[in-house]
Ligand binder design. Structure first.
Ligand code: CMC
Length: 436
């Protein structure tokens, strides 16, 4: 990161001296103004709740051009990744900076496969949860608990510890999500099968039982692999920023990723896939396509809190490129499974069409995001609605780790410590309780 010749000048209308601030150029995307010395030079902070104009770090991993609707992983367009790679290729790319060659691919697959089992003790830990607990509540607990099982990889400042915890997390997430599901339905856990692909193994652990042979459907396998690829990273979103902030204190990698899982759960973020499907089911129950008009009116009503879930994005002000790919997968899966007349999918298509033509959504540049379609695909595959966000967490784990490792390796990294504009009471004396 080197300063450009251009400087930003900050001046004040009260006669305070103006100051020059360095400006940095990225390889693509907006320049940034370096305000790190602002407080020392002016005694003032900047104010930017929600980080609308603040870059919290420099990064080489993922780039989004929200106006164009472009997403690049390490420079490669998401469309090409989705077409030519699989999820483990994507993991290699995000973690190490480039796509693997044949030998690296083979080695990486073996490395991940070596770590798919979890400590047998984990199942007793799982038993402490109610059977009807939300899978994300379980996942937050299980991922955090990994630090209690793998003491040899908890030092975030040790590159070997970071490497082994990264592989463990990527390898064990499918096992944990499938265990959470099996626990909820009261079926025996299925051990991982390392002769299957990453997605195939997950499907096997989810839907196979010890009583019968189970063959993984290749269409479902490919669809799930695509869901994993499309959700693998998305630069400095809320959960990734949470992981970075949590990890900046020097906590162990499992704890930092558990914080990311907790953040992802929210309906404005990863929880949107579950919320979008629940919304479609609610409209369906209310009368289906005929009631879309009423629903859209509610969404547009300033006094209501109803949102069109699966629509809108902080960064994309154009069609989410992941949504386009997921829409394609949605068609493929529904056709292959004989569900092309699925009423919920039809409802989703009608809702999308109406919203894309409605001035409220057009003027605010609200387009469908990836979660609008990923829920429909997951439901068609047989994944229960409550588990959707856990599947997202499984896929995003690699992105969280890549971003965490990038931060720790950055010589400029410091513990994250935002400042505030204090608007509360000034110093005052405590009045004795009898006089209050
Ligand atoms: N339905 C109706 N109105 C919306 C929606 C929506 N889904 N999203 C934004 N708006 C309106 C919002 O009310 C505001 O209107 P006005 O200017 O009249 O006050 C305007 O659009 C701008 O919205 P904002 O809240 O300032 O936008 P934001 O960047 O803070 O929020 C968002 C982005 C994703 C939280 C929001 O669009 C949203 O809540 N969408 C639904 C939840 C969702 O699908 N989330 C998944 C995001 S993609 C997956 C992921 O990255 O996790």
């Amino acid at each position: 990161m080197s300063p450009s010749d251009v400087k930003a000048t900050l001046s004040f209308s009260d006669g305070s001296p103006s100051i020059d601030l360095p400006l940095y150029k990225g390889s693509i995307g907006p320049d940034v103004i370096d305000i790190r010395k602002l407080y020392a030079q002016t005694g003032k902070f900047t104010y930017d709740p929600g980080f609308l104009s603040t870059a919290s770090c420099n990064s080489t991993i993922t780039y989004i051009d929200g106006d164009k609707g472009e997403l690049l992983y390490r420079g490669y367009p998401i469309e090409q990744i989705a077409q030519s790679c699989d999820f483990l290729d994507t993991c290699h790319l995000l973690l190490y900076g480039d796509l693997p060659n044949l030998t690296q691919r083979d080695d990486f697959h073996k490395l991940v496969a070596n770590h798919t089992m979890v400590n047998e003790q984990m199942q007793f830990f799982l038993r402490g949860f109610r059977r009807d607990a939300h899978p994300m509540a379980i996942m937050t607990g299980l991922v955090g608990a990994l630090s209690a099982f793998y003491h040899d990889s908890t030092d975030i400042n040790n590159p070997q510890h970071r490497e082994i915890s990264a592989i463990r997390l990527i390898a064990k997430m499918p096992t944990l999500v499938a265990m959470a599901y099996k626990y909820s339905v009261g079926q025996p856990y299925m051990y991982p099968r390392n002769n299957l692909s990453y997605a195939g193994n997950f499907i096997h652990m989810m839907f196979a039982t010890p009583c019968e042979d189970y063959t993984v459907n290749p269409i479902i396998e490919r669809a799930l692999d695509r869901i994993f690829m499309l959700h693998a990273d998305h630069e400095q979103n809320a959960s990734t920023s949470t992981v970075r902030l949590c990890g900046s204190s020097g906590t162990n990698p499992f704890a930092a990723i558990a914080a990311g899982v907790a953040c992802l759960w929210g309906p404005a973020h990863g929880g949107a896939n579950e919320a979008a499907l629940n919304m479609l089911e609610d409209i369906q129950k209310m009368g289906g396509a005929e009631r879309i008009g009423d629903f859209i009116r509610q969404v547009k009503d300033k006094n209501s809190t109803v949102k069109l879930m699966g629509f809108g994005h902080r960064v994309y002000k154009n069609y989410d490129p992941r949504a386009k790919l997921m829409r394609e997968t949605c068609h493929e899966v529904l056709t292959a499974l004989g569900l092309h007349d699925d009423p919920l999918f039809k409802l989703a298509m009608t809702l999308e069409k109406i919203a894309l033509e409605d001035d409220y959504f057009v003027s605010r540049k609200l387009y469908p995001n990836v979660d609008f379609y990923s829920g429909i695909v997951q439901r068609a595959i047989g994944i229960p609605v409550g588990l959707f966000t856990a599947v997202f967490a499984l896929a995003r784990t690699v992105g969280w780790i890549a971003q965490l490792n990038e931060m720790i390796s950055d010589p400029e990294y410091k513990i994250g410590r935002p400042r505030q504009l204090f608007v509360g009471a000034k110093a005052r004396d405590v009045v004795p309780i009898a006089l209050r």
